[in-house]
Design a protein around this ligand. Structure first.
Ligand SMILES: Cc1ncc(C[n+]2csc(CCOP(=O)(O)OP(=O)(O)O)c2C)c(N)n1
Length: 574
């Protein structure tokens, strides 16, 4: 039987059917004319939840957050021109942190490039330094050869994004007018649709969907330390890690951004206060690791990185993509699923470390904890905002931690907790852009109570995202630490150059966050005391809407508390 079609809509619909077959569930779509076929096809598909987002920069980060929370690919649709470039920051972050995104940009036909045609730029591999795959699709044409090109490109893109080289992939779709479903361009035989369906099935039944783990053949006699940076760690990883570390008395230094500090019951040898340890010049007298195994991304703590280098320890970095998460460039990089790597170690005959070292580290850890309580506990300082939050939020909450001081404060000061907290952050490139959008994506896709801790400049940077909180009724709780500017720079030597420093580094913005929140129709509270803060956090899960809590802090006061704290830790176990 013959059917009348618009070839662009047919093209986009078959592409969408393929997305559904691969299990894609979310799409972020920004408005535009050239992208009409993609928007129409994807937004009409009930198995994909589509979110309309006006601003593409926000859309990119929202998709990033959804993909982070679900660990599955999210589609992004944009029109042509600068709209495509607006996605770049989110694509870079996704590339660096290996988050799967399927970027679908609409374009004019290639023959209109370099002709001054409206909204036409060179979109060919526009993200080339930060994309795991790019494919330029031909102009839609309803025949078997062209449909094979479309579906094979879609297959390659998705399998790359989720498995072969995890991260963002880019498909550039050329479209010629007309775009609308009722503008008929062709009459095709229905068997063409059956062909597309069976061709898709044959692609997906391929055997390429598994990665075989090769034996790492690692030669070590003992393991003295395991370090863990940010990453996605499953239950099995935690169980195996605990088994290995308990069997061989290995201490584990877990970055707070790994989330592992918040699963104490499961990991007995966790040490959280290693920042205080590695700041001690005499540490090597007590603890000189010979072999260090590292999982996850680079550590937040530069001092720990430096300590490992100074000890001249043999460093082994393990991750499933063989990524070089090692600033020294001296580590052995092993491309392996962390779980199978640990299993291999468990089955090896390795020397057990002395329990004296572990006991020493544990004792130190506990003593630091009580010093910390005394120094930070009683005031509304930047560290305590985070410590109290960890204490008071319910089990299985999400914590999205902003870059700059919050991410470091979490890592340096977060103690071990029994309660499970899911930690998220944008550490791929540590941008201060797109943080609210990403956190909203996490809240939206996970359906879990989500707290975001963010500095005032980062908050200002992503004001557009506040519209999403309202538009999609996201009950995210945003703790805005307003120290009026980028106060991380207080810790740099340039801070002595007073005039230049204040104007060009701190860049105080002195804006009224109450008015801003209200103009987006969001609830806002200015926190006036520590007690009020604690109360609002405890009650925060009672409301089903977005809440912005502004905490005004004096960053220099917090800095003085930190100095007091580090000095006090130096006196422990002299
Ligand atoms: C997109 C981007 N621009 C600039 C920077 C450099 N930068 C790092 S931290 C920071 C200041 C952030 O200020 P704020 O969010 O208020 O946090 P605070 O330093 O006060 O903790 C800046 C500008 C960056 N990381 N990302």
């Amino acid at each position: 039987m013959k059917i009348k079609v618009n070839r662009n809509i047919l093209w986009a619909t078959l592409f969408t059917d393929f997305l559904v077959k691969t299990g894609v569930k979310h799409a972020c779509i920004s408005p535009g004319s050239r992208s009409t076929p993609l928007t129409f096809a994807i937004a009409s598909e009930k198995k994909i939840k589509s979110f309309p987002v006006v601003d593409e920069r926000t859309s990119g980060f929202l998709a990033l957050g959804i993909a982070k929370a679900t660990n599955s690919p999210v589609v992004i649709v944009t029109t042509s021109g600068t709209a495509t470039a607006e996605l770049y920051p989110a694509i870079i972050e996704a590339y660096q942190s290996r988050v799967p995104l399927i970027i679908c940009t609409a374009d004019r036909p290639a023959y209109l490039r370099n002709t001054g045609s409206n909204q036409t730029i060179n979109q060919n591999n526009i993200y080339k330094n930060h994309i795991r795959l790019f494919a330029e699709l031909p102009l839609p044409f309803p025949d078997k050869i062209n449909l094979k090109i479309l579906l094979t490109s879609a297959y390659e893109a998705i399998i790359t994004s989720i498995l072969l080289n995890k991260g963002p992939v880019h498909l550039n779709f050329q479209f010629e007018k007309p775009f609308e479903p009722d503008s008929i361009t062709d009459t095709v035989d229905e068997s063409l649709l059956e062909f597309a369906d069976s061709f898709s099935e044959s692609l997906l039944s391929g055997k390429t969907l598994t990665i075989v783990n090769r034996k790492s053949e690692i030669k070590v006699r003992s393991i003295d330390l395991i370090t863990i940076g940010a990453g996605l760690f499953n239950k099995r990883f935690i169980q195996l890690l605990s088994k290995l570390s308990a069997k061989l008395n290995i201490p584990i230094f877990a970055d707070a951004n790994s989330g592992l500090r918040f699963s104490r019951k499961e990991i007995p040898n966790l040490i959280s206060n290693y920042e205080a340890l590695v700041r001690r010049k005499d540490l090597k007298k007590f603890f000189l690791p010979g072999t260090v195994i590292h999982f996850g991304r680079n550590l937040t703590s530069q001092n720990l990185e430096d300590f490992i280098v100074q000890t001249k320890a043999k460093r082994i970095v393990v991750n499933e993509h063989g990524d070089r998460f090692d600033s020294t460039k001296k580590a052995k990089i092993i491309k392996s699923q962390p779980e199978s790597f640990i299993e291999e170690l468990i089955n090896k005959k390795l020397e057990k470390s002395s329990s004296d070292i572990l006991n020493y580290l544990r004792d130190f850890n506990n003593k630091v904890e009580s010093v910390k309580d005394k120094i930070f506990e009683n005031s509304l300082n930047e560290v305590n905002v985070i410590l109290q939050l960890l204490e008071l939020i319910p089990e299985d909450s999400n914590l999205f931690i902003g870059n700059s001081l919050p991410v470091r404060d979490l890592d340096f000061y977060a103690p071990i907790h029994n309660k499970k907290i899911n930690v998220f952050q944008n550490r791929g490139t540590s941008g201060i852009d797109g943080i609210i959008s990403t956190a909203i994506g996490v809240a939206l896709a996970s359906g879990k109570l989500t707290y975001l801790v963010i500095g005032d400049l980062s908050f200002y940077y992503d004001l557009n995202a506040l519209l999403l909180a309202k538009q999609f009724a996201i009950p995210i709780k945003i703790i805005l630490i307003n120290n009026n500017g980028g106060r991380i720079f207080n810790y740099l030597p340039i801070s002595k150059q007073k005039e230049i420093f204040q104007k060009y580094f701190v860049t105080p913005i002195s804006i009224d966050f109450k008015k801003i929140s209200e103009s987006f129709g969001l609830s806002y509270e200015l926190i006036k005391s520590l007690n009020e803060y604690k109360k609002l956090i405890v009650n925060s899960n009672k409301s089903n809407s977005c809440l912005i809590l502004e905490v005004r802090t004096d960053s220099l006061f917090t800095k003085s508390l930190k100095e007091k704290f580090w000095n006090a830790t130096k006196k422990i176990l002299k």
